[in-house]
Design a protein. Structure first.
Length: 291
C-alpha cells in the first residue's frame, strides 16, 4: 500500500479514493482541482459529493454502484466542474475498483481537459464558418435546419435568400478586394438586422440564406424591406484597380417563403429561390414573398 500511495502522491493528475463518496485518500493534485489547500482538507470532508452539484448526485450514485457491482473500470466521462472557489473547468473522470485496506473502494482519476475541449470547439467552429465573412457556411446551416425539423420547430420560421444585385460589376470595375469588402459589409448589415433565435449563412458567392421568425408575414416583409432599403443607401469605401478611392453601393434582391413542417432544406430553398428569381426578373432591388 505504501508504494501505491507514493505513486498516487506523485501523479500529476488529481486522484481520490473513496468508499461511497467518503474520502479515504487524496493527492495534492486533487486538492488543487477541488479548490482546497491540501489533501488533508479533502479527507476532512464528510463526502466528496459537496464538490459537485446536487443535481448530479443521483447520477453519481448510480455510477458508483454500477462500478462496484461489476468490478470493472467505468467508461471515461466528461463533466463540467466548478471548484469550491467558483472556478469552472472541464474534466474527464475514470473510476476503478480497488482494495483499500480490505474494503472495496473507488479510485477516481481526473484529467482536466478544459484547454483541449476549448481548442476542439474552436476547430469545429472554424470548420462551420465561411472564411471571408465569418458567417456560418452552407453545411452548418443545413445541419441547423435539420435539427429544427427534428425538434418540431422548423414551421416557426420563414426562409429568405438575399442576393447582391449585379455583384459581378463590382469585381469587374473595382477588383476582387473591393468585392470582398462589399460582401463583408453586407454580411454584417444583414446579421445586425436579425434576432438572436434566427439563423444566417453564406451559401456561396454573393448569396446569403436566412431563417427568420416574426409574429406576422406582413411584419417580416416590412423588416426585409427595411433591410433592403438600408443596404441600397449605404456606401462602402474601396480602392479601384488603379488605387483610386471610391464610394460604392449595391442593392439586393430577396426571395422569401414559408417553411412547412418536415419539408427538406432543398424544397424550402427551391421556393425561396423561385421568389428570388421573380425579384430579379421584375427589376431587382425588391422583396418577393412566395407562399
Amino acid at each position: 500500500m505504501g508504494t501505491f500511495r507514493q505513486i498516487l502522491d506523485a501523479h500529476p493528475n488529481p486522484c481520490v479514493v473513496h468508499i461511497n463518496f467518503v474520502p479515504k485518500y487524496a493527492n495534492d493534485a486533487f486538492a488543487v482541482f477541488s479548490g482546497l489547500e491540501t489533501a488533508e482538507d479533502v479527507l476532512n470532508l464528510e463526502t466528496i459529493k459537496v464538490l459537485f452539484e446536487k443535481s448530479h448526485w443521483a447520477e453519481a450514485d448510480q455510477r458508483y454502484h454500477n462500478v462496484i457491482k461489476l468490478g470493472l473500470p467505468s467508461p471515461r466521462q466528461t463533466i463540467n466542474h466548478t471548484d469550491m472557489n467558483g472556478n469552472p473547468m472541464i474534466a474527464e473522470i475514470t473510476d476503478n475498483v480497488i482494495d483499500w485496506e480490505g474494503q472495496k473502494a473507488l479510485c477516481t482519476f481526473i484529467s482536466v481537459v478544459t484547454d483541449r475541449i476549448q481548442r476542439e470547439k474552436q476547430l469545429i467552429n472554424l470548420a462551420a464558418r465561411d472564411e471571408l465573412t465569418g458567417l456560418f457556411n452552407r453545411r452548418y446551416f443545413i445541419e441547423t435546419y435539420n435539427t429544427l425539423i427534428k425538434s418540431g420547430s422548423i414551421h416557426e420560421y420563414l426562409m429568405a435568400i438575399v442576393d447582391i444585385d449585379l455583384f459581378k460589376n463590382v469585381n469587374d470595375s473595382y477588383g476582387h478586394l473591393a468585392g470582398d469588402k462589399m460582401l463583408i459589409h453586407i454580411a454584417n448589415t444583414v446579421s445586425e438586422s436579425m434576432n438572436e433565435d434566427e439563423h444566417i449563412a453564406r451559401l456561396g458567392g454573393e448569396e446569403f440564406v436566412l431563417l427568420l421568425k416574426e409574429s406576422s408575414h406582413v411584419k417580416l416583409v416590412s423588416r426585409l424591406e427595411t433591410l433592403r432599403d438600408t443596404i441600397q443607401n449605404q456606401k462602402v469605401s474601396v480602392l479601384s484597380t488603379h488605387n483610386i478611392p471610391s464610394e460604392i453601393s449595391c442593392t439586393v434582391s430577396i426571395g422569401l417563403t414559408k417553411v412547412m413542417e418536415n419539408i427538406t432544406f432543398k424544397s424550402s430553398y427551391f421556393k425561396a429561390d423561385r421568389a428570388l428569381y421573380q425579384a430579379k426578373r421584375n427589376g431587382r432591388n425588391q422583396v418577393i414573398f412566395d407562399l
